[in-house]
Design a protein around this ligand. Structure first.
Ligand SMILES: NC(=O)c1ccc[n+]([C@@H]2O[C@H](COP(=O)([O-])OP(=O)(O)OC[C@H]3O[C@@H](n4cnc5c(N)ncnc54)[C@H](OP(=O)(O)O)[C@@H]3O)[C@@H](O)[C@H]2O)c1
Length: 251
């Protein structure tokens, strides 16, 4: 299993859960190389040669040669690929009036373009193993936008349509599904993705299950989808009911 952006947070939870179930895992990372190496070391101590790290900026999808090198590295790591999980993402506000081309490029790259081009590059290998792809989407990438996050919302919406389009096109050789989390792990406060206290309180109030989700909730679903041989083109919402309460904006 390859999980993009998997050194920390939800990606790392998927890696750990998959490893527990016997998968050999490839932890893709970019900036968080040390975290990824630490995670791989921990997993390899449990089972020899069961976890590997590949460090790469996903901007490489803009260069066919680098993309080919990346996919070859992925396939050579364990000699096959059964599950590809598109988890890497950027997430920050882009209020109208302040949207720069760089925001568009960065948010669309991680949340839509790289998933598509990586899927294309690895689809042959995944079809060979009758495998699957799983995309990490967002409840705000469907009908209920997150206020001031237009570019992110648009990118996740494009990614969601990729899931359905590829599910149709790649069946019966491989399955393509998505997971749409609500609020699971909030962005780290000291990152450029941090939310204000007001945003956090509003999010907390809007969740019928009265708690944030946990990364493990997402990991469980990813492992379910990895095995669900008759499910394709499906997007499963995991949000403690939050999408029932938000009518747009923060809810
Ligand atoms: N957290 C939530 O509550 C929540 C809610 C809704 C949807 N989601 C979705 O669920 C997924 C996981 O969420 P998360 O909060 O755990 O993600 P995250 O921490 O925001 O991002 C995951 C990883 O993406 C990687 N990444 C970003 N830009 C990259 C680039 N140019 N090249 C390579 N890697 C890049 C980063 O890796 P490095 O650190 O190695 O650079 C980062 O650690 C995301 O797709 C997110 O949109 C999450």
């Amino acid at each position: 299993m390859l999980v993009t952006g998997a050194a920390k947070r939800i990606g790392a939870a998927i890696i750990c859960a998959a490893h527990d179930q016997g998968y050999r895992v490839i932890i893709h990372c970019h900036q968080s190389h040390q975290d990824a190496l630490h995670l791989a070391k921990k997993l390899n101590a449990k089972r020899d040669n069961s976890a590997a790290v590949i460090k790469a900026d996903l901007v490489l999808v803009n260069c066919p040669q680098k993309l080919q090198q990346f996919t070859q590295t992925v396939i050579r790591t364990f000699g096959r690929l059964d599950v590809l999980i598109h988890n890497a993402s950027r997430f920050y506000p882009t209020p109208i009036g302040d949207i720069k081309l760089q925001h568009w490029e960065e948010l669309m790259l991680t949340n839509a373009k790289a998933p598509l081009l990586l899927s294309q590059a690895l689809s042959h290998e995944l079809a060979r193993s009758k495998g699957c792809m799983i995309s990490l989407l967002d409840i705000h990438g469907a009908h209920q936008p997150f206020l001031n996050y237009t570019v992110y919302n648009m990118a996740k919406a494009a990614h969601a349509m990729m899931v359905k389009s590829l599910a149709l096109e790649l069946a019966p050789n491989l399955r393509v599904n998505g997971i749409a989390p609500g609020a699971n792990i909030l962005p780290e406060d000291d990152s450029d993705q941090g939310l204000s206290d007001e945003q956090k309180q509003q999010i907390g109030r809007s969740i019928p299950m009265q708690r944030l989700g946990m990364p493990e909730d997402i990991a469980d679903c990813a492992l379910f989808l990895a095995k669900a041989s008759y499910i394709t083109g499906e997007i499963i919402t995991i949000d403690g009911g939050r999408s029932l309460t938000i009518a747009g904006g923060l809810g």
